[in-house]
Design a protein around this ligand. Structure first.
Ligand SMILES: [Zn+2]
Length: 381
């Protein structure tokens, strides 16, 4: 008999240096306990405000035999402490800060100082709290949500040296990115979870970008593995992951679990409707008519539909670590989630046989769960 679907809850305590109101603590604990009890949750991903009372949260979770993973960004959110990414025109990436004050500006992922930031912050702010593991977020290049030039990745000296070492003629890449017709950026095929490109220069470039992210995330993960911590990764939904440099299969070799953010109704960064719109618009503005091509490769009418979701889950099941599909349960203007969407998504996850689901992206904010959703009511079929 197949194992029962497992649940993890995700809790956002605020950005690194946000104020944490201690009067919120009792309410936050009650919300966490309610979700954990309702879904029989095995772990909580929590972060990354340095001022939140993690020891107390962790003690409460331990009473229920629930693990705590520190949710920590890697290549974004570090402001002045991080070295900027540079675009193919030689300019620093523009800052990208969302309405919710979330920083989506991406630093260079090849820079050793940047690679060491997460572990440095952990040592400085989080190491005494008793976390069981670490959950690494923002392990990618910019997406098209930050504009075309940022989405092409980092072209600083150290990143270019990496591409060149892997046989990519980076001057040639910069040259063709300057051409008005950029149809060569349309993926030609899908092999496992990776896209292939007919243009061999671009195919090699995308492979090299992904190798760089894999290598840098592995270095980051190793610093935490050496501290005895388990490793989870937050990645984009498969139709976008490889385009932001994430080779999910390669990264599964050194991770305990991966959470693909298959957010099918979220119109904000990482959400499929948002990423699809920005990718199509930015490509079109830059001489690349991609209309319908990704949908054809995923054999679906929409990248957000149930057919595409099932195909993603089928391919994800083949990787080397557990997969917990991220499911948005937050009620927010830009997130059209509801009971039916949550129910259908949970049923598809259960049917796929992957490990389970991460209740995302913040169970401390208003959600559609608690009294309405729990393990029993979700599985009324
Ligand atoms: Zn770089």
């Amino acid at each position: 008999m197949r194992d029962i679907m497992r649940f993890i809850a995700q809790a956002f305590t605020g950005g690194f240096f946000s104020h944490y109101n201690e009067h919120d603590y009792d309410t936050d604990v009650r919300k966490l306990q309610s979700v954990c009890d309702g879904f029989d949750t095995e772990a909580v991903l929590i972060g990354w405000n340095v001022n939140a009372p993690y020891e107390n949260f962790i003690l409460k979770l331990r009473e229920r035999n629930i693990k705590a993973y520190l949710w920590l960004p890697v290549f974004s959110e570090y402001g002045e402490d991080a070295a900027c990414a540079v675009d193919y025109m030689g300019e620093k990436h523009k800052r990208a800060v969302s309405d919710a004050d979330d920083d989506f500006t991406f630093a260079c992922p090849g820079n050793q100082t940047n690679i060491e930031l997460a572990a440095g912050y952990y040592d400085k702010y989080f190491s005494g709290h008793g976390f069981d593991g670490i959950f690494l977020d923002k392990i990618r290049y910019s997406s098209f949500g930050n504009g075309f030039r940022s989405a092409m990745g980092c072209f600083c000296d150290c990143c270019c040296a990496h591409y060149e070492a892997e046989g990519v003629d980076i001057e040639e890449v910069k040259a063709i990115l300057g051409m008005p017709d950029k149809g060569f950026l349309v993926p030609d095929g899908l092999t496992g979870l990776r896209y292939t490109f007919e243009n061999s220069l671009i195919d090699g470039f995308y492979r090299s970008r992904a190798n760089l992210i894999t290598s840098s995330v592995r270095k980051t993960a190793d610093m935490f593995i050496n501290k005895g911590l388990a490793i989870g990764l937050d990645v984009y939904a498969p139709p976008f992951a490889y385009l932001v440099g994430q080779d999910i299969e390669a990264m599964s070799a050194f991770s305990d679990y991966i959470k693909p953010m298959i957010y099918r109704v979220t119109d904000a960064p990482a959400g499929i409707p948002y990423e699809t719109r920005h990718l199509v618009n930015e490509m079109h503005k830059n001489g690349c008519g991609i209309g319908g091509r990704l949908e054809a490769l995923w054999e679906a009418e929409s990248l957000a539909d149930a057919v595409c979701f099932d195909k993603q889950l089928r391919l994800l099941k083949e990787v080397s670590c557990d997969i917990y599909s991220g499911l948005e349960i937050n009620k927010a203007d830009f997130c059209a989630t509801d009971k039916q969407y949550v129910n259908e998504t949970l049923q598809a996850i259960e049917a796929s046989g992957i490990a389970g689901c991460v209740l995302s992206w913040n169970v401390l904010a208003e959600t559609v769960n608690s009294s309405v959703f729990n393990r029993t009511t979700c599985f009324s079929y």
